[in-house]
Design a protein around this ligand. Sequence first.
Ligand code: IPE
Ligand code: IPE
Ligand code: MG
Length: 248
Amino acid sequence: MSYPQHLAIIMDGNGRWAEQRRLPRIAGHRRGVETVQEIVKECRSLGIPHLTLYAFSSENWGRPHDEVGALMELLGLFLKRELQTMLANDIRLKVIGEVGRLPGKVREILEQTVSRTAANSGMVLTLALSYGARNELLRAVRDVAEEVRAGRVEPEAIDESCFAGHLDTAELPDPDFLIRTSGEMRISNFLLWQLAYAELYFTEALWPDFSSRELHRALEEFGRRQRRFGLTGAQVQKPARRQGEKNH
Ligand code: IPE
Ligand code: IPE
Ligand code: MG
């Protein structure tokens, strides 16, 4: 089976998971962190080279003060705990979003984790934090406009790859597979440019209930999709496998 090269996940449903159990929403976020740990490990062992997790959106800043504070604290704890795992498993951490809006303490741990894992090459784990795609696109537009104003770039020279080079994801390939948990069928301001041709997968499972088993179900579905990129089925059909040839 062919696995995605870049799996992006909108981890949704922590709050509902907790509310169903009459627990505070933060209990759901805590369980959500356990799912993150399981899924990171599984993706690494499957050899998926890029995993991007939507952990906190620009819009999430509008949640009650207590929830935002608890999420930030949880993020710091997660990073401290995960550093050893990342080092042991050759995982490199990357962050996208308006990192400057995060509390200083979290920013500090983030910077440390990013720099201590910078030489790892087994998998790139990207966390989208204080991330909103429209904000990212606007920052990129401003950057490009500055380049033009400074005379370093001619407007005619701005093509897709030049523009993508100004996004937070400049070094990453576009996601080929997007999973969203919790039954919601929307993108919620995530990677609007980069998801242009991603395969989308929605599951009813709430993020704390998502598991390696659920991940495999999703990956099997990805394996069945025919990615045509505007061409005809016949044009993109893989040559028929010879008998006895392995399925990947
Ligand atoms: C996703 O779970 C985590 C974040 C957005 C930080 P939610 O907190 O959105 O959970 P629901 O959607 O309210 O159930
Ligand atoms: C999207 O989930 C953001 C993250 C998973 C971090 P939300 O729960 O914030 O999105 P909406 O409100 O359902 O669009
Ligand atoms: Mg939600």
